[in-house]
Design a protein around this ligand. Structure first.
Ligand code: ATP
Ligand code: MG
Length: 428
């Protein structure tokens, strides 16, 4: 007795990437890998699953991510508390400590891959999304902060993006933030009547984050709040100045945004975001900054670090608006054949063509010429190579040009089988 099966759909907020758009992902990934290599960054891969306490500690207990966005569960088989990474940095730092990666020198590393956050799905906001994550570990100076921003501006140029602007801030050091925080809490207490519920809940646990509010009723209060910037000491100011000078050297424009705090606890000194108006409400394409305390916080020997993450879905959305993507053809050469023997010969020829680097599809199974040509055309191939009975008998093939160019005036020609590879090497 067969029972009908209730169709399964993808999990809410998690998307399939079908072949045509996957080609665009791969194209972007190729560009990104070359771009990163040009600055000496090397790939590093860490697991999707980590122990939950890594993120609770690394990102901070009272952040959006840890409070309400993590896919955390207890492993039914052994009782471990695990979380699907909501970002890369904590895992990258864990691996750096675990393998003593900073033992003899600093490291430039990057990772590409999926991250998971249980958010309300909408344009630019998914529950599985992808990041390009880049970390410079063991490097303290403003030169590296600036280099990261300069390299990002190179990526936008490589992709032809210009509607993307840089926002910059400095969060200073822990003691400076502490002094500011006390002043800020006092400010919030004075304006308690305009604070919404979330702000009241956070005003003591994470008062800086309260200023990041989008609530219109709280804007005046946020604008008049004491600025962290006014609490920065000489060294923090010098670091920031060092970054700004280098951005000026490179001709990179930026906007100082004293309210830019980023949603993760580990940042200090330089923080930045790249934002665009072309993506609706989710306009932040890239966010990053310095996190000099994180390695020590997670049990490593103290070492400075700076990094950023790009949201790949948002980047692809923006890129596609600027330079609409054309999926490449499935193959260059499509082999059409008329009998079992012809199919076998076609398969052999296809292998010979692949030896020379051609992309070749041999029509699967048997079908009329007409329907094989339809498939050949749909594949986007430049040429169809035809093996009919006559051709096979005479050890010949017909070559039919499917897309007219200047070189291929003659629509179709018959050539000896053993000259096929040479012929196509000259023309395809
Ligand atoms: P947002 O303010 O948009 O929630 P965030 O501060 O939480 O962003 P980060 O943790 O800095 O984001 O992550 C880096 C980048 O990852 C973001 O700038 C964005 O491009 C992308 N990103 C973040 N959350 C999502 C999501 N749910 N879906 C798709 N992309 C995302
Ligand atoms: Mg977020």
């Amino acid at each position: 007795m067969s029972q009908s099966f209730r169709k399964v759909h993808a999990v809410t907020g998690m998307k399939d990437t079908l072949p045509d758009s996957s080609a665009q992902w791969e194209h972007l990934e190729d560009i990104v890998r070359k771009w990163l290599a040009a600055y000496g960054y090397r790939n590093m891969r860490t697991p999707v699953l980590e122990h939950t306490r890594l993120f609770a500690r690394g990102i901070g207990e009272v952040t959006d991510i840890v409070e309400k966005e993590m896919y955390s569960f207890t492993d039914a088989l052994n009782g471990e508390h695990l979380t699907m990474r909501p970002e890369f940095t904590a895992g990258m730092v864990r691996a750096t400590i675990e393998h003593n990666l900073l033992y003899d020198r600093p490291q430039r590393v990057y990772a590409l891959g999926p991250v998971f956050r249980h958010e309300k799905p909408q344009r630019g906001r998914y529950r599985q999304f992808h990041q390009i994550d880049v970390e410079a570990l063991g490097m303290a100076g403003p030169d590296i902060d600036a280099e990261m921003i300069i390299m990002l501006s190179r990526l936008w140029k490589l992709l032809g993006l210009n509607d993307i602007r840089l926002e910059l801030n400095s969060l200073g050091q822990a003691d400076e933030r502490k002094a500011h925080r006390e002043a800020l809490v006092q400010h919030l207490e004075r304006h308690i009547d305009v604070l919404d519920e979330e702000a009241r809940r956070r005003m003591h646990s994470n008062p800086l984050r309260v200023l990041d509010t989008k609530n219109p009723a709280m804007q005046d209060m946020a604008n008049s709040a004491p600025r962290l910037f006014d609490f920065l000491g000489e060294q923090s100011l010098a670091h920031f100045e060092g970054v700004r000078k280098r951005l000026d050297d490179a001709g990179i424009a930026y906007q100082l945004n004293p309210r830019l705090v980023r949603g993760l606890d580990y940042y200090n000194l330089t923080v930045f975001e790249w934002v665009t108006d072309r993506l609706g409400a989710q306009g932040t394409v890239c966010g990053g900054g310095r996190y000099d305390g994180l390695i020590e916080l997670l049990g490593g020997k103290p070492a400075p670090a700076v990094g950023f993450a790009i949201g790949m879905e948002r980047l692809l959305d923006l890129w596609d608006q600027t330079a609409p993507f054309q999926a490449p053809p499935e193959c260059q050469i499509y082999m059409v054949h008329q009998s079992d023997d012809a199919q076998r010969e076609a398969a052999k020829l296809a292998e010979a063509l692949r030896d020379d680097g051609f992309k070749v599809i041999v029509h699967p199974g048997s079908a009329s010429f007409k329907s094989q040509f339809k498939r050949a055309d749909a594949s986007g191939a430049q040429v169809a190579v035809i093996l009919g009975e006559d051709e096979l008998k005479n050890r010949q093939v017909s070559v039919k040009w499917l897309r007219q160019t200047d070189d291929t005036q003659a629509q179709q020609e018959v050539i000896p089988m053993d000259r096929l590879v040479e012929e196509l090497k000259q023309k395809v």
